[in-house]
Design a protein around this ligand. Sequence first.
Ligand code: SF4
Length: 343
Amino acid sequence: MEKLNIKNMTATELSLVLREMNEKHHRTRQIMQWLYQKGATSFSSMSNLSIPLRGRLSEMFRITSLDVVRSVASNEDKSQKFLLSTDDGLLIESVIMEAQGHYTICISSQIGCPLGCAFCSTGSGGFERDLRADEILNQILYFRTNHIPAGQRFNIVFMGMGDPFLNIENVSRALAVVNDIDAFALREKRVTVSTAGFPGRIDAISSSPLKFSLAVSVNATTEKIRSELMPGAGGLHETVAAAERFARARKSRTTLEYVLIEDVNDSPEDAARLSAMTAGKPFKINLIPFNEWEGCPFRRPSEKRLEEFIRILLPKAPAVTVRRSQGNDISAACGQLRMRERP
Ligand code: SF4
């Protein structure tokens, strides 16, 4: 019999299997704590379980992990990018960033991405497959175990390769473990899921019990530019409307991400339209000056152009921040290290 992949299961699913094994309910909590809080890689190390139970668990389940293939550390800041290998030899890109003692882990939800956004290195590299829940969780575990001091809090952002909403079943399963008090115990303030925008899926997940903050990539103020930059995603206005419904349903704010690209979406008219589109709405706006990559046709706007954009945007738009990508010298934008490693 093929062993079950234990990290591919939520606590509820695990408890059902353990019940069939005639094990008590609290075993689920103990095993979740071993896997996600103590980083156990074998059942033999789970010392508060009886030795016969450890043997039965070893026969029933397998515990997966990811291997490091390559890493690149930035000379400019404390970001570090990793290529992690799956059990079928594919490469996942993940990044850890540290600023003033705050750690953020940027994880992938797919290998490659089928959306093909015009400005994105991952999109230009094609799509291989969805990640399983255990592969999503193992990215977090790798960094928590190897790169974050014990007891230190950290944030997770689903902003690596792929769109989480295209792999919603596995991402939802991983989020259930991320939220779980016996696993990572991370809630809205520490978990952000970023999507290119699929209105129906945003509406569907807004009523789920999963706890996370939503970020939506907007990147345009007209339907024409939106469809040119992000042909695989939902239309501009229907996506922004879904982002607003999510925020109202969750009594929160949705972050709208806006990658500023020279002479594409950085004009004063764009700033005025973005301001009008967001004024008085439950949004935060995150401006991201484009991070150029080898072979891309787009350019980063000048500082002067950026300042002008902000000046027009600021009076009416909700909270505006500018994210200056960390790790420019290691090509920190998603998909770029994997592209270099491919034959
Ligand atoms: S920007 Fe995101 S959704 Fe678009 S191609 Fe890149 S990874 Fe996919």
